[in-house]
Design a protein around this ligand. Structure first.
Ligand SMILES: [Zn+2]
Ligand SMILES: [Zn+2]
Length: 109
């Protein structure tokens, strides 16, 4: 049996070995210890949320009022020109009406 992967991508921790058979835990060491908090990909890619909505211009000092929007809908595509900061309102609207932005419509800053 091949060593499975934790949902964070690391190989899972070994639980115990019995009769030459290896039993695995469900998660890797780091996750089991809770060391690595799962971060969204855009964050690990270095993108930073702005405090202004790229769509409507809404500003707030509170981070949690903003979301990061992937223009092409692919959460794994974290090139900066695929990412926009949108407020919670716009997030809902965008979800409803779909994306009318195209990559490159707005200049990344
Ligand atoms: Zn893990
Ligand atoms: Zn907005």
């Amino acid at each position: 049996m091949r060593r499975p992967l934790c949902n964070c991508g690391n190989p899972v921790a070994i639980n115990y070995i019995k009769h030459d058979k290896t039993y695995y835990r469900k998660q890797c060491d780091s996750c089991l210890r809770g060391v690595i908090k799962k971060q969204p990909r855009w964050k690990t890619s270095g993108y930073k949320k702005k405090h202004i909505c790229d769509r409507c211009g809404y500003t707030s000092e509170y981070d949690m009022q903003f979301n990061v929007y992937h223009l092409d809908g692919n959460r794994n595509n974290c090139s900066f020109n695929n990412l926009k900061t949108v407020c919670a309102n716009c997030q809902r609207v965008l979800h409803l009406v779909g994306m009318k932005w195209k990559q490159g419509d707005l200049v990344p800053d």
